[in-house]
Structure formats: structure tokens, C-alpha cells
Design a protein around this ligand. Sequence first.
Ligand SMILES: Cc1cc2nc3c(=O)[nH]c(=O)nc-3n(C[C@H](O)[C@H](O)[C@H](O)COP(=O)(O)OP(=O)(O)OC[C@H]3O[C@@H](n4cnc5c(N)ncnc54)[C@H](O)[C@@H]3O)c2cc1C
Length: 521
Amino acid sequence: MNFDIVIAGGGFAGAYCARELGRALGRTEGCRRVALIAERNVFVFQPMLAEVVGSTLAPMDVVHPLRQFCRNVNVLQGVIQRVDWAKKELVLDGGRFTRSHPVGFTHLVLALGNVTDLTAVPGLAEYGWPLKNVADALRLRAALINRLEEANLVDEPAVRARLLTFVVVGGGYTGVETAGQIYDFVREVHRFYTNLRDTQPRVVLVHGKGELLAEIGADLGGYARRVLVKRGLEVRLNTHVCEVTAERVHFAEGGTVEAHTVISTIGNAPNPVVLDLCRQLGLDAPKGRVPVAPTMRVPGHDTLWVAGDCAAVPWEDRGEMKLAPPTSQFALREGTQLGQNLARVLRGAEPRGFRYRYQGQLASIGKHVAVAEIWGGHFRGFFAWWLWRTIYLAKLPGTLRKLRVMTDWTFELFFARDLGLVFPPHEDVLRSVHLEKGEELFRRGDPARAFACVRRGSLTFTAPGEPQLLLAAGSVLDEDLLDPAGMWRGDVTADGSGADLVIFRGRAFDLLRDGLRLVRR
Ligand SMILES: Cc1cc2nc3c(=O)[nH]c(=O)nc-3n(C[C@H](O)[C@H](O)[C@H](O)COP(=O)(O)OP(=O)(O)OC[C@H]3O[C@@H](n4cnc5c(N)ncnc54)[C@H](O)[C@@H]3O)c2cc1C
């Protein structure tokens, strides 16, 4: 497959670029000459994901099928493995049966945004819940409901408190909106859990800076914090998470919070496909943002264009030159303008520089309260919340979605949020686990339902009448440590500076057990 223009990424920048270009070229020419490559066949309206977590919106409300959104271009679903610039080709993994599918291009648009990388904080990748796409939002919603269900079963106050404590890391837009939604959701539905009526859920918002919502200004950030605290959330400023385990969040400044659920809104990392292409071209892309000319063309590479969060686009703000901020508002405008620029280039005209008048920023803090900065004016409270809903509704693509969201929001004013869980029970066949020193993995007499492999650190195996075993990185915890009844013969505890493990459960456990038996026979 070969195209004149391939747009990589179906987010704000890529989808709006494809739509604009398709409009300019028309259906026949557009589908023949332009391809939009997207990991999923939907455009995700990320600013509304927190509402899916809080059960005020259904998942299908916040996505729009790309084939309906960009009707005049060829939409290809797949994960881009790599761009080969010398061959002017990218390699696409279309699924189980179409791996390594080459797609050739003359012009390439990179609109791949960034990715989530939680590995900077030990244990965060294992226990932190990211919020980047609809699947993350659904998994997180399911986790909140499962914690309530489990807490309803147990009597021990400490276990129940841990199950009902939710820690949100990051006090930017996503963190504040997610913390507000989680708090509203668990407070509102927990009255339906008969055994929990005397226990209040706890939501802790942890932020490394001195005030929330640094992007929108200290006065609105301070207002948001005061409202959240007054409603019962705990806000910890100037606090950095340094380690997360199955039961606890540790802070660099000292202290811990006991919780089983940690939501991470930090950890944006450069997209590996973008970084790899930059390496091929010898480009320096600080924080994964490729420097481009105001036309969004990469200097020295006439057929490479970049927009959205993975681009560093020069932008004139009231006479001052800056880089366009990595937000949906800018990604959308950059994508639209890039689509027009590419249409001009195909007609032999010169592309135009990016120009945009900054509109402002909004953040909902839950329960009909928001903060907003619009054209320099600061708004707070109910009016800002009304603005938030009106503006986001206007920006949401598709009349059907708009109507659905309007209906859901109206019902939410009068009815309790939905706490139904139809998601299939989540079985992690392969899971990574982080233990701090002294934490137990298995106890003597526990039935073996999983095997484990030590990735980093070490554990000790202590069984009565046996010498203590040190299980270093590379060790496998399997049948050798079981008694004839299939129970663990001893206690397994993290040693030294803790341990990272891979756990094999369910089908993976069965396969590994059978495989090991075969090898050892
Ligand atoms: C939960 C959340 C809430 C947010 N709230 C706000 C807000 O209130 N206001 C605001 O202005 N901004 C908000 N943002 C930020 C905003 O969503 C981003 O700035 C915007 O999405 C950037 O657009 P983009 O097109 O550059 O990247 P994205 O929208 O992230 O799109 C990138 C696309 O590339 C695809 N992709 C990546 N790698 C590959 C690959 N290898 N192969 C194929 N496809 C690939 C991804 O699947 C994705 O579809 C929020 C972000 C999140 C996650």
C-alpha cells in the first residue's frame, strides 16, 4: 500500500488533520491519496475520560468512530512498529494475522502524542492505574467498584480502610478531575453497600508542586484545593511518591498512606516510534517533542510534518514567541491547520504558519463546581462548571454523541450513578508485583495458585526444618517449594531492598506448571 500522505495517529492532531485534508481533496481523491493510521478505529475525547471513571458518562459517549469522523480518507487500524525513513515506509501491526504490514508514503505526518511510562517510581507500574484511554477508564471504574464490593465483605477495620482508600497522584487537570470524580462516585454509591454505612471512603490527592492546577494560575488552583478539602478529600502538596506496594504508598518527604488503589496521572513519556525516527534523522526532540517550523514541517526534511503533543510548534502569544502547549485545544487547531497546509502543498502552494488565539482552560472539580480561565477572565463555582459542560459538549464531535452526553448529564442530576459491573472478571494471567523489604509473597500453608519469577532484588524462603533459601533475580518459585498437597512449604518474604517479580496465574500458571513438568521429566 502506498499513499501520498500518511497521517500517523488518530488523536486530536491526527484526526482533525485527516478530516481537513479529506474535506479539501474530496472522497475519491482523499481515499486514494491519504491514509490515517490509528491504533483503534475511534477518536477518544480524552478530557472526558474522568467522567467514564466516575460513571457519569458511558464509554461510547467519549469516542467517535474515525471512519465516520474522517469520511474522505482511508483509515487503517494498526500499531505502527517503526518508521523506515530511508525506504519511506512504516511497518504496521494490523492484528494477529497481519503483522508487519508495510505502508509506503511520500509525506508523513507524525501525530502520535506521548505514551505513559510509570517505571520512574518503583511499584507504580505494577500497582498504579494509568488514565490515557477508554480501556484504562473502564478498568479503573471496575477497580473502584470491586474495592467497594470487597470492603463490604470484610470485617477487619484496617483491611476495609485500605480497600476504601484511593490515592490519586498528580494535581494537574487530569489528577484534579479524576480525584473529584472518584470522590463523588464512591461517596454517592457507598450507601448501597449495607456493611459500609459506618465507613467513609477516603480520597487522597498527591501533588509534587506547591499548588494544584499550576497551568491555570495559583488563585484558581488554590480555590480548587479549598473546595476539594472542604468536601472531604485530602490534598497533599509538595509531596512526591517514591514507592508503591500492594498495600502502601510511600512519600519521599516521609510517611505513607495505606491503600490498594493508586491512580497515576503522571508519567508522560516520549512516544518510542517518534524517538526512533528522530534517531534515524539525527534530530534532537527534548521530552519527545520534535522541533518544527511554524508550518509544522521539520526543517531539513520537506516531507516530514509533526503536530500535537509530540511536536514543538512555535506559537506567537500576544506578541511573544513560545511553544504551543501540549493540550487538546492546541492539538486540534494544529491538526486542522496542518490538514489545510498539506492540501496547499499538494496543489503546489506554500504552507502557512500556525496562528491561534488562546481561548483558555477549564477544569471540573466535581459536584457542579469547576474553575475556568476564558480569554483572561477567571471564573469559579457553578458558572464555571456550566461553562465547562457547555464548551466540552460543543467540542465533542458528532451530533449523536452530543445528544447522548446531554441526556446522561441530565439524568445524572436526578438519579444515582450506575454501579453495575458487566466487565468480564479481570484475570491477570501475567502480572508484575513489587514488594518492599519484609513484605510477604506467600505464607506457609497457602494453596499455590500462581508461580513467580524474580526479576530484581531477592526474597527469602523460610520453611521449618530446612535451611533458609535466598531467591535471587532469575529464581523461579514453583513446584520445588510446594508440599505434596500443593501448598507452599514455607514463608516467602522480600529481602534487602525489596523485590520485583512476575506472577504467572490462571492459564499462564497451568501452562508453566505443565511445561516445567515436561522439562524436568
Ligand atoms: C485523561 C486525560 C485528560 C485530559 N484532559 C485535558 C483537558 O481537560 N484539556 C486539555 O486541553 N487537554 C487534556 N488532556 C491532554 C490532551 O488530551 C492531549 O493534549 C491531546 O490528546 C494531544 O493530542 P495528540 O493528537 O497530540 O495526541 P493523542 O490525542 O494522544 O493521540 C495520539 C494517537 O496516536 C496513537 N498512537 C500512539 N502510538 C501509536 C502507534 N505506535 N501506532 C498507532 N497509533 C499510535 C494513539 O493511540 C492516539 O490515538 C487530557 C489527557 C488525558 C489523558
